[in-house]
Design a protein around this ligand. Structure first.
Ligand SMILES: [Zn+2]
Length: 118
């Protein structure tokens, strides 16, 4: 993810991103959000839901075409929001945020038609 967008998330939701300063044996957040900018809105939406909870991200990444949010803490409400974020990512182009779908076969990437063509 672009450093500017990443900074915005860390600035707006400092407690959620407090794992960023931890060693990699405790948190993988020092690597940043390991996905493209198209999912920024999804991650941000999740952060709004989770901001008053006790959760701390340990890893944010793309896997098999979908967004994965890993964290400590939380409850059923947060787990539900996490599930929703993951589902939304399969319908959202990871590059630009437009409606998209996972590719079929090969390396699975969720893209809109125009991003898939380039
Ligand atoms: Zn796109």
């Amino acid at each position: 993810m672009s450093p500017e967008l990443e900074e915005k998330l860390c600035k707006d939701f400092p407690s959620l991103f407090s794992g960023r300063d931890k060693p990699i044996t405790e948190s993988l957040m020092s690597f940043g959000c390991e996905c493209l900018d198209g999912w920024y809105g999804i991650i941000r939406s999740f952060c709004w839901i989770a901001k008053d909870s006790d959760i701390v991200f340990t890893q944010i990444k793309e896997k098999y075409g979908g967004l994965r949010l890993y964290y400590f803490g939380g409850d059923d409400r947060i787990a539900g929001a996490c599930r929703m974020a993951e589902e939304m990512s399969y319908k959202t182009c990871e590059v630009c945020g437009c409606p998209g779908a996972p590719s079929k076969g090969g390396w699975i990437m969720t893209r809109c038609e125009s991003c898939r063509a380039t």
